[in-house]
Design a binder for this molecule. Structure first.
Ligand code: AMP
Ligand code: MG
Length: 305
């Protein structure tokens, strides 16, 4: 029998869920005001995010077709945004993470992203939107959840735009492989890691035409050691480049058939990002572990209900 998760603290969970409610309501209203249209989540598909790290397989066969449970809505976003212009979804993702990730405090095998995509947007546009969302949601929680924050003894500071941007290569040079954790522990406000090397990410992240080998993408990192908040960037949209990048990854196009077919018809450029809701609530609550924010946490490697 695998180790069963410890019983939940009902008070802290209740506070976290109230804060979760504020976060969802705030993001929904904010994005609608900005002209974004909410699309329903995709729970399974013939093509999902290949990810850049190993997870257990969730594929199954259904009437002779192979499907997988959604790891992210990246392909659906990139296609839907072509005709819907500005979209977002509260997207549940299942990533059967390996058990070594149970101790990071920020990995669940089932979580939700607020996933955003905008047609003809640049990375700078998306950085600015994400900064507005983070600044706004922290201010909102401070205002609406005073009781919960007091009970949790959590002090939150509203960060100021623009957040610091650090190039991946510079961070790596100064702090080595663990730069993200080291910088996250050291910083007192959220910050960006930008210009991530091509081999570190998936085929759909757009290579910078002015900086070969580096992507027009970005990760948002929380301060106080809470680690990664969000990933995103501009998307590769030209079919020749998409095919080249799939090949570079040693992947087969069969895996992404409907997306490749759709992309072959021509795509307009887009950019977007996803913010993990549970990680955000954990940060807002100041919890040591992400499983404390949800009544039915799926902790990698542990028996879950
Ligand atoms: P990614 O595109 O893989 O960076 O995922 C987008 C966002 O989803 C991340 O920045 C996190 O906020 C969140 N996320 C990714 N994986 C997990 C996980 N295993 N558990 C909780 N949140 C996650
Ligand atoms: Mg990421």
């Amino acid at each position: 029998m695998k180790e069963v998760i410890e019983p939940l603290n009902r008070d802290t969970l209740r506070y976290a869920l109230r804060i979760n409610g504020t976060v969802r309501a705030y993001f929904s209203a904010f994005l609608r005001e900005q002209g974004y249209l909410e699309i329903p989540p995709v729970i399974y598909s013939t093509a999902t995010d290949p990810l850049n790290h190993p997870v257990f397989d969730t594929s199954f066969e259904y009437y002779g077709e192979k499907y997988s449970i959604t790891k992210s809505m990246i392909f659906h976003k990139q296609i839907a945004v072509q005709y819907l212009n500005k979209i977002f979804a509260f997207s549940p993702n299942v990533r059967l993470e390996t058990s070594d990730r149970a101790s990071t405090g920020r990995h669940l095998s089932e979580f939700t992203q607020i996933d955003i995509e905008c047609l003809k947007a640049s990375r700078d546009d998306m950085i600015s939107l994400a900064e507005d969302m983070i600044v706004g949601v922290i201010a909102e929680v401070k205002e609406k959840n005073k009781t919960e924050l007091n009970s949790l003894k959590r002090t939150l500071n509203v960060p100021k735009k623009p957040f610091v941007r650090i190039r991946y290569e510079d961070a790596f040079r100064e702090y080595g492989k663990q730069f993200e954790d080291l910088l996250s522990a050291k910083m007192t406000a959220p910050f960006w890691i930008i210009d991530i090397p091509i081999k570190e990410r998936e085929f759909y992240d757009r290579e910078d035409p002015n900086n070969e080998g580096f992507l027009l993408d970005m990760d948002l990192i929380y301060p106080e050691g809470f680690g990664e908040a969000s990933s995103g960037g501009e998307r590769e949209f030209e079919i020749e480049k998409i095919l080249k990048r799939v090949k570079l990854k040693g992947q087969s196009t069969d895996q992404f058939k409907w997306f490749i077919e759709a992309a072959s018809g021509g795509l307009l450029p887009s950019a977007g990002f996803g913010i993990g809701i549970e990680r955000l609530v954990r940060y807002l609550c100041g919890f040591p572990r992400i499983d404390m924010v949800t009544p039915f946490p799926k902790i990698p490697g542990k028996l879950s209900i």
